[in-house]
Structure formats: C-alpha cells, structure tokens
Design a protein around this ligand. Structure first.
Ligand SMILES: C[S@@+](CC[C@H](N)C(=O)[O-])C[C@H]1O[C@@H](n2cnc3c(N)ncnc32)[C@H](O)[C@@H]1O
Length: 310
C-alpha cells in the first residue's frame, strides 16, 4: 500500500482454524467481523481464546448473504490439493471446492485487500492461475512472497507462500530484513518435559524408533543451543506419521520425544497464554500442525496497517 492506514480494518478470517490471523490481528487495529471454519475442535479452541466464535458452516456452498462487507479477507485454504504429500489433484480435489466458491464471492464482494496463505506448490497450480486470472479481470494487483520462520530468526522451517491481492492500491512486498539475532531451539523447549516421567506422554515407543529411526528427523538435546539447528516443519500428521512430518527430540536417556503442542505454538509465535482447551493430544497436534506462523501474518499486516501503540 502506498501509505499505511491508521483507520480500523474490518476483516474476515476464512479457514480460521485456531486463529493464527486473530493472534496477529491483536497487535493491530483490525476487527475480525466473522471467522469461518467447519472444524468443531478448531472452533472450540478459537472461541476460548478470542472474543467471538467462528461460523461452522461449510464454505463449499456458502451464500453471498452470509458474507459481511469487509476491507480484508484472510484465507488459509487446505493445502493438500497443491502439496507434494497430497495427490496434487489441484482444482479437481474436493477440498478445493470451497476456495473456488470464495473466488466467486471475491468477484461479487470485491474486498480491497485479500491475503492468502498456502504451500509453495500453490504457485504452480491451476487454482493459482484461475485466482490470478479472475482477480486481474476485476482490476486487482497481485503479488506474492515466500516467508519462513527462519527469516525472522526462528529455528524452524515452515516455508509458505503468501499471496496479496489489492484493489486501488499497491503493496511493496519486500523480504524481511535479516534478523540481527537468531533464537536457538533451546529457547522454545520446555525442559520439564525432558524428564521421562513428567514428559512420558510425549515419548515415542522404543519399538517404533528401532524400526523407523533412519527416516525420522531427530535433534539431540545437546544440539538445541546451536545457532544453526532448525526443527523441520511440524505438519498436521506429526503425531501419526512421524516420517518427515516434524522433528523429534532425543533426550539424555536416549529416548525420543515429540515436541509438545505448546512448544510448537511458541515456535509459531502464539502467546504463552494460548489454550488448546482440554482436547486430546492427537487433535491438538492436528490443529497446531495446520496453523500458520503468526510472525508472517504480522509482517503482512504491518505493511498495510499501523501497529497499535506504535
Ligand atoms: C490449513 S487449515 C487453516 C488453519 C488456520 N489458518 C489456523 O490459523 O489455524 C485449513 C482449515 O480449513 C478448514 N476447512 C477446510 N475446508 C473447509 C470448508 N469447506 N468449510 C469450512 N472450513 C473448512 C479446516 O477445518 C481447517 O481448520
């Protein structure tokens, strides 16, 4: 945007999950009018942490009347249609239907700002081509940027593409300046969980480790203070499919443990007070692995709106 706005931005948060966008929005004059997600578990967590409860309607066939007028639309649609792990069915994937519907509604509602988050493969997809063609016809300017927590000095890989579409304005999407200081993984590790008794629920079965160790991404406890050690991306499948779906920690005892959902939330820059309710562990991992790096959203918002108390 040529100039940052100091007026309140009214936003809609689509595919809200546990609310990474709502988390970032707290630092800005951004009012979330409605959030949308069909996951009951995600909505339970969202409602507990923010002052409003998302609409649980399915976005596949959402009607125009259900969408309030807003300045900014935030979308983080399911990435499986465009990810290497999925079958890359792209626009033909049933999970892409809601996104197609929202593109139709963008044309009808014309919000002045649209932010979309997805995996890197999205940029080569038919869906992205369709989005660009449709929005360009409506006179939007479209740009994209790849952001990763490592670019903010955080020891975790999670490269994601952020597409920004603007009407009547342009935003200069520049890569963040190199951070002066890099945080080490030890700053995110809860040492009390390294005790095999208190962190027992996070331990991997020894039989499993013996069989699959070669394909696991393991970080030794004595490496976590090293400045160049990064955790790999924690995905929603971390707890059930451990191969390349997130790093594991090798304790002094030699046992491997999962990073806890709260440790992953801290790496994503959720507040320490953020609560995952009393949901079961596999559900917590799914919700956290589906979420978004709050710093990246913060970075995008700071290019369009003034930070509170700035
Ligand atoms: C990649 S996750 C987004 C996570 C979220 N941005 C966060 O901060 O945690 C995709 C979300 O979209 C929701 N979703 C997928 N398809 C949907 C649909 N057709 N209607 C409504 N929600 C949908 C899922 O329940 C999931 O929470």
């Amino acid at each position: 945007m040529s100039a940052k706005t100091s007026t309140r931005i009214r936003a809609l948060e689509f595919y809200s999950g546990i609310g990474a966008f709502a988390q970032a929005a707290q630092s800005f004059d951004v009012e979330i009018l409605t959030a949308f997600d069909q996951s009951q578990a995600a909505n339970q967590v969202y409602a507990q942490n923010y002052s409003h409860k998302p609409s649980s309607r399915n976005l596949d066939s959402i009607s125009l009347d259900a969408i309030p007028d807003a300045d900014l639309w935030w979308l983080s649609p399911p990435c499986t249609p465009y990810s290497r792990r999925g079958e890359q069915k792209d626009i033909g994937d049933a999970r892409a239907k809601s996104f197609l519907r929202l593109i139709e509604l963008m044309v009808a509602k014309k919000p002045s700002l649209i932010f979309i988050e997805n995996v890197e493969g999205f940029l080569n997809s038919k869906m992205y081509a369709h989005l660009c063609q449709t929005l360009t016809q409506c006179r939007y300017t479209i740009s994209s940027i790849k952001l990763c927590p490592t670019m903010f000095g955080i020891p975790m890989q999670r490269p994601r593409i952020f597409v920004v579409a603007t009407l009547r304005q342009t935003i200069d999407l520049v890569a963040p300046a190199k951070p002066s200081k890099r945080q080490a993984l030890e700053q995110f590790v809860d040492y009390s969980l390294n005790d095999t008794e208190s962190g027992r629920y996070l331990l991997l079965p020894e039989e499993y480790v013996k069989k699959h160790e070669a394909v696991l991404n393991v970080i030794d406890l004595n490496q976590i203070s090293d400045a160049d050690v990064n955790a790999i991306c924690f995905t929603s499948g971390y707890y059930r499919c451990r191969k390349a779906s997130g790093s594991l920690l090798r304790l002094g005892s030699g046992r491997l443990r999962f990073f806890s959902p709260q440790e992953i939330l801290a790496l994503l820059r959720f507040a320490p007070s953020f609560s995952l309710s009393d949901l079961e562990l596999p559900i917590c991992y799914r919700l956290v692995g589906n979420s978004v790096d709050v710093r990246a959203i913060d970075y995008l918002l700071s290019s369009v709106v003034q930070r509170k108390l700035e």
